[in-house]
Design a protein around this ligand. Structure first.
Ligand code: RRO
Length: 310
């Protein structure tokens, strides 16, 4: 039986359903090229802003037993640099997803216009950066999200999706699904890190990262149930008609399998990639292949959304 881990999102074929999450190992040209050479199914860029940014002061990333906390503060090369890089990255023969961020709608609009002409395979609008002091996450403002996405929708010609923060109430899943239905998005990427958590070092009686008094986005193993719930909620609300990229808590092939069962068409990896390096793709792919073999699945679409309920 031949197993094929490729997947299709918005008409774009990905050679593998695994890829990096925006932010993980994807800021510099070197990092993006390394993703190109790796067995990742796509190259996802760091979220980009109009001007280059060094980000928040260090320490700004910390890993612990159950995951990670970060307050990177959008370090990136600025969209003009990524616009130049995207056509070069095409030589790796895998889709490129450009992640767009900003502080005001004009930032998103400018970046979207320029990046659109660089022609990435998909554009992921980041509505969920939790780490800019004084800037709320746009994805928690449903009217604001609608206004911004409608404006972007009229500019962006490549398939445009959104990266959402986690929601914790069905009313919020419904409100965002309504927005996305009205705008018409090509895919949904859930979830970004769980915003504004706090990790404490009891020995030192101290926070573990510097910005925002130690508050930061939580990623990794411990956020998996929240990620799966968000994938499942949007899968159901869209009745499987809008492709979902699942992100959150992926350490093993079993974690990927769980995301697929909940309805994901592909899965992004953040904390594990930062901790383990790009070899994680091969390891997790092998583990997923082993699960498919045992269960008799040939491709992600065979089990997508197939989670049974009691
Ligand atoms: O750069 C960051 O601090 C960051 C971003 Br833009 C994001 O979307 N999610 C995250 O956990 N960190």
């Amino acid at each position: 039986m031949s197993i094929n881990l490729s997947t299709v999102i918005a008409g774009v074929r990905f050679p593998s359903c695994l890829m990096n999450a925006a932010g993980a190992c994807c800021v510099t040209q070197e990092e993006l090229e390394a993703l190109g050479r790796s067995s990742a199914g796509a190259i996802v860029t760091k979220s980009m802003t109009p001007h280059p940014r060094t980000g928040n002061p260090s320490p700004r990333y910390y890993s612990f037993e159950g995951g990670s906390i970060n307050s990177m503060g959008l370090p990136n090369l600025g969209y003009p640099a990524y616009a130049r890089l995207i056509p070069e990255l095409k030589r790796f023969g895998k889709p490129i997803i450009a992640s767009i961020a900003g502080f005001r709608s004009q930032d998103f609009v400018e970046a979207a216009q320029v990046i659109n002409t660089a022609n990435p395979d998909l554009m992921e609008i980041n509505l969920s950066c939790p780490n800019i002091p004084g800037e709320p996450q746009i994805g928690y403002d449903f009217e604001g999200s609608k206004r911004l996405l409608k404006e972007l929708r009229s500019i962006v010609q490549v398939p445009m999706g959104v990266k959402l923060p986690p929601y914790f109430d069905p009313a919020h899943h419904e409100a965002m699904a309504e927005v996305l239905n009205q705008v018409g998005v090509a895919f949904v990427s859930v979830i970004n890190s769980l915003g504004n958590g706090l990790v404490v070092d009891p020995e030192k009686e101290l926070v573990v990262i510097k910005p925002k008094g130690g508050f930061g986005g939580i990623g990794g193993k411990i956020i998996k149930p929240v990620a799966l719930a968000n994938v499942r909620a949007f899968w159901k609300l869209f009745q499987g008609q809008v492709p979902i990229i699942g992100t959150g808590g992926v350490v093993t092939g079993t974690d990927v399998f769980e995301h697929l069962l909940c309805g994901a068409s592909a899965v992004q990896i953040g904390t594990t990639l930062v901790e383990e390096g790009l070899g994680a793709f091969e390891r997790i792919e092998k583990e997923l292949q082993g699960i498919f073999e045992k269960k008799g699945y040939q491709s992600p679409v065979d089990c997508r959304g197939a989670l049974r309920e009691l």
